[in-house]
Design a protein around this ligand. Structure first.
Ligand SMILES: Nc1ncnc2c1ncn2[C@@H]1O[C@H](COP(=O)(O)OP(=O)(O)OP(=O)(O)O)[C@@H](O)[C@H]1O
Length: 247
C-alpha cells in the first residue's frame, strides 16, 4: 500500500506548486489510475513516488518503507515504466532486456527464461534478436514494459503506457498488466484515455492544479455524479472544458 501525506512539489524554476498538499492512500493490489488534464501534476507525483525527484515537503511510504530511509529496498520493490523509451536502439530486444535485468542483479539461465516468457506473453518472441531501432512505437512500449518487471516488483508505476500505440498493442499491454495484477502486483498508472481507465482501473484519482479533486471506483464516481454516464463526463464536469496549454 502507498500512503502519501501532504506531498508538495515546487520546481526551482516554476512559479507555482506542481503538486500541492496532496494526501492519497492506495491499497495493495489495486489498479490505480492517476487522471488529470495536461499539467495537472500526474508525472510529478509519479516521479516523486518513484524517487526520481524529491518532494519539496511532505512524505510517503510504500509497503511501509519510507523513501528517505529505505531507498535501496524501495528500488527493489518498485518497477518504473517511464513515458520515454529507455532502450538502446542499436541493441536487440533480448540484449536490452539482459542489460536491464542485470541492473537488478539478475543473470544466467533464469533471466533468459524470464525474458523469453515475457517476450512471448507480449507477442514479441519472434523479434527477440532484432535491433530496437527497427521496432514500431507499440513494440518499443512493450519492451519498455518488460524491462521494468523482470525483477518482479510488488508495485509497478507506469506513465502513460498506452500513449501512441495502436489498439492491438494497447490491448496486449492492458491484458499483460491485468495478469500481473492478478499475480499480486499493485499497478499505478497515468493516462488521458478515460474510457480505458474506466474499464481497467479498480480505483482512480482525478487531480488538477496539483490537488486531489476526487478518488473512488470509476462506477461509484459515475453513479454519484449527477447526469454523468461515463468517467469522461465526470472528468470534464470536475476539471472544466477549457484548454490546459502550458510552456
Ligand atoms: N522540470 C520542471 N521544471 C519546472 N516546471 C515543471 C517541470 N516539470 C513539470 N513542471 C510543471 O509542473 C506542472 C505539472 O506538470 P506535470 O508534467 O507533472 O503534469 P502532468 O499532469 O503529468 O501533465 P501531462 O498530462 O501534460 O503529462 C506543469 O505546470 C509543468 O509545467
Amino acid at each position: 500500500m502507498i500512503q502519501i501525506e501532504q506531498i508538495s512539489k515546487k520546481y526551482k524554476t516554476a512559479e507555482n506548486y506542481s503538486v500541492s498538499n496532496l494526501d492519497l492512500f492506495i491499497a495493495e493490489h489495486e489498479i490505480f489510475g492517476l487522471l488529470g488534464p495536461n499539467g495537472a501534476g500526474k508525472t510529478t507525483l509519479l516521479s516523486i513516488l518513484c524517487s526520481l525527484i524529491k518532494p519539496t515537503s511532505g512524505s510517503f511510504t510504500i509497503n511501509g518503507l519510507n523513501y528517505k530511509s529505505h531507498k535501496n529496498e524501495l528500488k527493489q520493490l518498485i518497477g518504473i515504466v517511464p513515458q520515454e523509451y529507455a532502450l538502446y536502439p542499436t541493441l536487440t530486444a533480448f540484449e536490452n532486456l539482459k542489460y536491464f535485468g542485470s541492473m537488478y542483479g539478475l543473470k544466467g539461465k533464469n533471466l533468459d527464461i524470464k525474458i523469453n516468457a515475457a517476450l512471448d506473453h507480449l507477442g514479441l518472441l519472434a523479434f527477440a534478436n532484432k535491433n530496437i531501432e527497427t521496432f514500431s512505437g507499440g513494440m518499443k512500449r512493450r519492451v519498455n514494459l518488460i524491462a521494468s518487471i523482470l525483477h518482479e516488483p510488488k508495485v509497478l508505476f507506469l506513465d502513460e503506457p498506452t500513449v501512441g500505440v495502436d489498439v492491438q498493442s494497447k490491448n496486449v499491454i492492458i491484458e499483460f498488466l491485468q495478469d500481473l495484477n492478478k499475480e499480486g502486483t499493485t499497478i499505478i498508472y497515468t493516462s488521458h484515455h478515460l474510457n480505458e481507465a474506466e474499464l481497467f482501473c479498480t480505483k482512480v484519482a482525478i487531480i488538477d492544479h496539483g490537488k486531489l479533486i476526487v478518488k473512488g471506483e470509476p462506477k461509484e464516481l459515475i453513479s454519484k455524479h449527477q447526469g454523468a454516464h461515463n468517467l469522461e463526463e465526470v472528468f470534464l464536469s470536475l476539471t472544466g472544458k477549457g484548454l490546459r496549454d502550458y510552456a
